[in-house]
Write a protein that binds this ligand. Structure first.
Ligand code: GDP
Length: 431
């Protein structure tokens, strides 16, 4: 059984917590896209961790954690991350890396920085982890695949070819120091020696696992609105954030993905630039940011303060639809307990007309939020275990959101820990 855990919005919805929680009953957890540019925060018996590259299953002894072919693999960061968890007494996780994954090169990170510098104020809000240059090179067919590390002749020839192109840009566009071929080759040899024990034909491994009825979790990064095709282009990430891409980025048949758990946060947050219709500002935003998540809404990778907003039904409905949602996990609901009244964005007004359909970017930039205000519940809901025990206004908030987005909310997260979860029978759930 293959399940995907993905985000409906701009990321930071709490996918890490949901994956960590579901990993208890899983055999394999696999990252299928993205790189070390975003992070998941996980709170469990070992403490609080920010993961960027490792799948959120690494805290269990019984799971295998896989870096799929769709990932932008930063080898030094992967090893730093393994060390950072084993240093804190987490048993060494079982990790496999796809022989078809491609490698983030030191120059990808440099090019990311140089391009942001060049663009100045017109930048795309990159985290400067080399992700956009990495995926550009992958599709321009000058990327380095893990398997290629083991062919010295090929590597030498390719380094020669790549340096020619990169140095031309470094010299003429960015006016920066040139790449040294020998140094690059040595870096690749060191990567080969680090990664060798982990390399695996992942699609063959997963094929066997599926036949043996293993439970496999595909762990997504970011959310629908950051997808390069269906998101708020160009303020998007460079690899698909959709569950459908899980099939490609892991190497499994699409029809094997039986459950798609789309994580939606009970309010909105976003990082980086781009349209954010339900955004709030000033003291109202500061308070939600301070109280949000687990210790405030600040980026797990960058520490950047997140932009805050009310729950956006238009964006979330769209986000769930593109993911192919079978279940919504509605997270961080406990945080809203301080509010007397909770605004929810139920429509976008664009050129004087109200729509509930998420528009393309140039229209999105003109959208103003249509808000409905629901009564708050004014208490702490952490520790509650069933839907019926939730305060009435809290139940109504969930039911309102479910009706607006049109996808079944079957899980409600009311705290950052593994056990802070309420399972719910949804009237929308088709059995
Ligand atoms: P991800 O990238 O989607 O995994 O999300 P992040 O890890 O960036 O952000 C989620 C934050 O919210 C983390 O700090 C989590 O520990 C925290 N979190 C997750 N679920 C809940 C919840 O239900 N309640 C609270 N208060 N915090 C939560």
């Amino acid at each position: 059984m293959v399940k995907a855990v993905v985000g409906a919005n701009w990321g930071d919805e709490g996918k890490g917590k949901i994956t960590d929680m579901l990993a208890k009953q899983a055999d394999i957890i696999i990252r299928f896209q993205g790189g070390a540019n975003a992070g998941h925060t996980i709170v469990n018996d070992y403490g609080k961790f920010a993961l960027h590259t490792l799948p959120s299953g690494v805290f269990y002894n019984h799971t295998t954690s896989i870096i799929g072919n769709g990932v932008a693999l930063n080898i030094p960061i992967l090893f730093q991350e393994i060390k950072s968890i084993t240093d804190r007494n987490v048993p060494r996780p079982k990790i496999l890396v796809s022989d078809r994954a491609q490698i983030v090169m030191p120059y990808h990170i440099l090019f990311d920085q140089y391009e942001e510098e060049r663009l100045g104020g017109k930048s795309f809000g990159s985290t400067k982890s080399g992700i956009a240059p990495f995926y550009s090179d992958k599709y321009a067919k000058i990327g380095f695949q893990v398997s290629e590390l083991f062919d010295e002749e090929l590597l030498k020839e390719k380094v020669e070819r790549v340096c020619e192109v990169k140095n031309c840009i470094l010299e003429n566009l960015y006016h920066k120091p040139l790449l040294d071929k020998e140094e690059l080759l040595q870096t690749l040899f060191s990567y080969r020696d680090m990664i060798a024990p982990y390399v695996c034909d992942v699609s063959a491994y997963l094929d066997r696992a599926i036949k043996e009825n293993k439970t496999i979790l595909l762990e997504g990064q970011l959310g629908t609105l950051k997808d390069p095709d269906h998101g708020i282009y160009p303020m998007v990430t460079s690899s698909s954030t959709l569950a459908a891409y899980g099939a490609i980025g892991a190497g499994i048949p699409p029809y094997e993905i039986k459950q798609i758990i789309t994580v939606c946060k009970a309010y909105s947050s976003a990082v980086g630039a781009g349209a954010f219709v339900s955004e709030i500002f000033g003291e109202e935003a500061d308070e939600l940011r301070r109280r949000g998540g687990d210790g405030g809404e600040y980026g797990a990778t960058t520490g950047r303060p997140r932009r805050m907003g009310w729950f956006d039904c238009v964006a979330s409905k769209y986000g769930c639809r593109l993911q192919g949602t079978t279940d919504v996990a509605f997270t961080v609901l406990d945080v809203l307990g301080y509010l007397d009244a909770i605004p929810v964005c139920t429509g976008y007004e664009i050129d004087g007309e109200v729509t509930k359909e998420f528009p393309v970017t140039h229209r999105l930039n003109k959208a103003k939020p249509v808000l409905e205000v629901l009564p708050g519940w004014k208490c702490d809901i952490r520790g509650i275990k069933t839907f019926e025990e939730l305060p009435e206004n809290c139940q109504k908030y969930i039911e309102f959101v479910e009706k607006e987005i049109g996808y079944p909310i079957t899980m409600i997260s009311n705290g950052p820990g593994r056990n802070d979860i309420i399972y719910r029978e949804s009237p929308l759930k088709v059995k």
